[in-house]
Design a protein around this ligand. Structure first.
Ligand code: MN
Length: 377
């Protein structure tokens, strides 16, 4: 349950106005209906989407949050009576590879005996462009993807359902204010553009990914679906959670330098069919959110309202701090044992994956979940 100060924004429907999307703010076990609340800038909340509010910028964000903290009046609905929707129109979706532990774990699996990190990794945050149109809200069922892949021992690809379906526990940064084409966004301007955070499950079909990823990167192995949490937590609610990032001491290119590079002391929890299997610590992530945005725009690429910029899989140094099954099972060699003796190497049909997050003091920051359905073909 969210506390009374986090005040995340989302979009919901409820049976008192069936099918009508409304913007709301979560306050403990209730949702304040912003389409009818007495708050500044009410017109921004009249469209059933966070889009107009996101683009309105930091001054408006602060004014609305201040009013909410003072206890804005308006109708509340019980959280149990609302159905959550995708909160904003996802413009572009970019997924980074910012965790050194994750990158090194995968490097050891894919390039055994070599340097766990590729030569470019320490110089800049690496990323790929994902598919914005298949970002779905938490609770959406995920159909097992099919595609070409190698069967173990085979040398020619077969087409069929993925047999190595995985999850990736990530943090997402939601852009509100656009930037101009041709004008990079410096690290110091991060908060002028980014509104808040959500949780991301970057579902990954490892067998499809392994066959297709050279030389252009992930495609069918990732693009079938990406799940996000319905509540977007404003950065303004996370000031106390800021911590220095490991990259701060490096000899970085000027565009990646930051006065006081910060990450967030957020711990994720991954549950498979309700059983906790991992607790990835975001604070151990090498590259900071501001460095990711600076890198994304370093060539002049513009930010758009609704851009979703994900951290990449969050993994810490501990064996039970990794954010994917491929790491937890050491490439599929050591199945995870769940209570009752059930084992999992990869995600099976009808499994449910949930990723939640909290601050060091226990403050809840939301959840993204999804259940996998059998492949269609
Ligand atoms: Mn990812």
């Amino acid at each position: 349950m969210f506390d009374a100060e986090t005040l995340p924004f989302g979009v919901f429907t409820a049976l008192d106005r069936p099918g009508v999307r409304r913007v709301g703010v979560a306050v403990e076990d209730r949702v304040l209906d912003l389409s009818q609340a007495r708050i500044p800038h009410p017109a921004l909340f009249a469209y059933g989407s966070l889009d107009p509010f996101l683009v309105s910028g930091p001054e408006v964000w602060d004014r609305v949050r201040s009013a909410l903290l003072e206890g804005a009046g308006g109708p509340y609905l019980p959280m149990s009576e609302v159905t959550m929707c995708l909160p904003f129109t996802v413009a572009d979706y970019v997924d980074f590879y910012a965790s050194e532990y994750h990158a090194a774990n995968l490097g050891r699996l894919f390039r055994p005996g070599g340097d766990p990190l590729t030569h470019n990794w320490r110089y800049q945050p690496l990323a790929y462009h994902g598919r914005a149109g298949t970002v779905v809200v938490s609770g959406t069922a995920i159909v097992r993807p099919s595609g070409p892949h190698l069967i173990e021992g085979g040398s020619e690809p077969v087409f069929g359902p993925s047999e190595r379906l995985d999850l990736e526990a990530e943090l997402g940064f939601v852009v509100g204010v656009p930037s101009a084409l041709g004008t990079p966004v410096p690290t110091g301007a991060f908060a002028d553009h980014v509104f808040g955070i959500c949780l991301v499950n970057d579902w990954s079909a490892r067998d499809l990914q392994a066959w297709e990823y050279l030389p252009l990167g992930p495609f069918l192995g990732k693009s079938f679906a990406t799940s996000v949490s319905p509540w977007v937590v404003p950065l303004a609610a996370l000031g106390d959670a800021r911590v220095p990032v490991p990259s701060g001491s490096g000899n970085l290119a000027p565009y990646l330098r930051e006065d006081a590079p910060w990450g967030l002391d957020i711990t994720l929890e991954v549950r498979l069919n309700g059983e906790p299997i991992s607790r990835p610590p975001y604070r151990s992530t090498h590259w900071s959110p501001a460095q990711m945005v600076a890198h994304l725009t370093a060539n002049g690429a513009a930010l758009r309202p609704g851009d979703l910029i994900a951290s990449g899989t969050v993994s810490g140094p501990g064996g039970e701090e990794v954010g994917s099954l491929i790491e937890l099972t050491h490439g599929g060699e050591r199945p995870v044992v769940l209570p009752g003796g059930v084992t999992r190497t990869w995600i099976e049909d009808y499994d449910e994956v949930a990723i939640s997050a909290s601050l060091a003091g226990g403050r809840y920051l939301g959840e993204v979940s999804g259940r996998v359905l059998p492949a269609v073909v």
